[in-house]
Write a protein that binds this ligand. Structure first.
Ligand code: AMP
Length: 513
């Protein structure tokens, strides 16, 4: 039987690229692919020595370091289920994840160790605890140093679990999306092809590694093609401008591009060695797409994906990259836009985005009912995103199903209103949400960030502007001005937080608006 372990595919590429650089780390540390392979072997052997066996979960909440990458790859090699946790989660939040996933090992930063041990004890979990810090120190690394550099990658079948990744949980409890070796590898193979990765590429990697974007998309593309990773612990716009001169590809969330544009050093010359800028995880504003093109001569390639399915669509490498869209379905991924009865809709009509393919996850961990709810009778996964195909086959995302506002019986897609508000001179960005309203059910409510260099705008000016462009029922009932929008680590606007905050304000509790 051939080995469907995703790492077995990486091993084939590593064998070809053994002497080539795999990681270049701040400040001058680096390693070749054969060194990376040896490190992952030693780490996998260590995990085996800890008594961990295929199928056991390894929960990891650590800062980004080369060792954190080796740990992830070691888990794949050893057939363990990797469970990345956002470094922002507090101990109280970990209680849920650890009790739900029941890991056999928790790897945390040394500063969190005492709290994690106490949590493991009080929650009566049978988990070991090891530490890893941002410079690669800690009890795990000490054990790894003693271990052998030989490890035979465990044979896995395509359907066996590789990763559980908890969704951000903006509606209700966070759920563990179960990803198989097939999910990871099929997606990685398609992406290498779609984006033209080769061993000549140098990928600037400044993303966090607790999320699909930084953990799978970036790492897997490099590993499968033998490209070099410029491994950055954090995104820093100024440093990135100078790093770009040694890179060929960058992957980022939209906020990275916004921040890069604020750097005067971002010029055509600074991007001379670059062949591709990729954006995803949140919508790329059209003005950023255009400004970036004007300043650098590069057209950002926007793609769409999610924890449950890796990457789903992408603008083309060769061919028109259309701003405001997420491009075409990837090879081997089927995408349809459907109505509420799950009937496919033609191009030009808005509906729920549903997908099928080898990239689609195996369901939610220990949550059969939620899994059943999210799949249609004919086997399509409901992404929870609302979208529309244009006549040329480009998909645009209009918003999340749960963000849809139903006001007085009418449906309002926030994105449509946001685009109109964003086009007003003096507006930097906006977010439109539904806030409970005694008469309308929900009231369209806008939160607007103004450009400090422009004349301030009034609430009535914003409402009047929307009414001139859209049906009255789509216009906000109230407009709030904030200095910035709350965003998570991946640059997504936290609409649930906005909704909660606005709903708590007394003015939104009366019907006089
Ligand atoms: P996560 O599971 O945290 O990766 O979040 C996935 C969600 O991010 C998707 O369901 C979309 O709502 C959103 N998303 C990802 N990429 C894009 C994009 N290019 N444009 C708009 N939304 C996106």
């Amino acid at each position: 039987m051939s080995n469907a372990n995703a790492y077995a595919a990486f091993e084939r590429s590593i064998a070809i690229n053994a002497a080539r650089p795999a990681l270049e780390v701040d400040p001058v540390q680096s390693c070749t692919y054969s060194e990376l392979d040896r490190e992952t072997a030693r780490c996998a052997a260590t995990l085996h020595n800890f008594g961990l066996r295929p199928g056991d979960r390894v929960a990891v909440q650590v800062e980004k370091s080369p060792q954190s990458l080796f740990l992830y790859l070691a888990c794949l090699r050893a057939g363990l289920v990797y469970l990345p946790l956002n470094t922002a989660y507090q101990l109280a939040e970990l209680t849920y994840f650890l009790s739900d996933a029941e890991p056999a090992l928790v790897v945390c930063s040394p500063s969190a160790e005492a709290g994690v041990r106490e949590l493991v004890r009080t929650s009566r979990l049978r988990a070991q605890v090891a530490t890893l810090d941002e410079s690669g120190g800690g009890s795990l690394s000490e054990a790894v140093r003693e271990a052998s550099g030989e490890f035979t990658t465990v044979t896995m079948s395509p359907d066996q679990l590789a990763v559980i990744i908890y969704t951000s949980g903006t509606t209700g409890r966070s759920k563990g999306a179960m990803l198989t070796h097939r999910n990871l590898l099929s997606n990685a193979t398609v992406l290498v092809d779609t984006w033209g990765f080769t061993s000549q590429d140098v990928l600037l990697h400044a993303l966090p590694v607790f999320h699909v974007h930084g953990l799978f998309v970036a790492n897997h593309c490099a590993l499968l093609s033998g490209a070099k990773l410029l491994w950055k612990a954090k995104f820093d716009a100024k440093a990135t401008v100078s790093d770009l001169q040694r890179a060929t590809v960058m992957m980022g969330v939209p906020t990275y591009y916004t921040r890069l544009l604020a750097e005067p050093g971002l010029t055509r010359e600074a991007c001379a060695s670059m062949r591709l800028f990729i954006s995803g995880s949140a919508p790329l504003p059209l003005d950023i797409f255009c400004d970036f093109q004007a300043r650098t001569g590069h057209t950002i390639l926007e793609r769409y994906g999610m924890s449950e399915a890796g990457m789903i669509t992408s603008n083309p490498l060769n061919g028109e990259r259309r701003g405001g869209t997420v491009g075409f379905p990837l090879r081997a991924v089927s995408v349809r836009v459907a109505d509420q009865q799950d009937h496919p809709l033609p191009a030009g009509e808005t509906g729920g985005i549903q997908i099928q393919g080898d990239n689609v996850f195996a369901g939610y961990w220990r949550n059969r009912s939620k899994t059943r709810e999210e799949f249609t009778a004919d086997g399509w996964f409901r992404t929870g995103d609302v979208g529309i195909f244009d006549g040329d086959g480009y998909l645009s995302i209009v918003g999340r199903v749960k963000d849809l506002i139903i006001t007085g019986g009418y449906n309002v897609y926030p994105k449509e209103v946001e685009l109109v508000i964003d086009a007003m001179p003096g507006v930097l960005e906006s977010a439109v949400v539904g806030v409970p309203h005694p008469d309308f059910g929900e009231a369209v409510t806008a939160v607007v960030v103004l450009d400090r260099d422009c004349e301030p705008l009034s609430e009535s000016a914003v409402i009047g502007h929307v009414k001139r462009h859209l049906a009255n029922y789509k216009a906000p009932k109230r407009v709030h001005f904030l200095s910035d929008l709350p965003r998570n680590a991946m640059g997504k606007v936290q609409k649930s937080l906005l909704r909660q905050r606005l709903a708590a304000q007394p003015e939104h509790r009366s019907s006089n608006y």
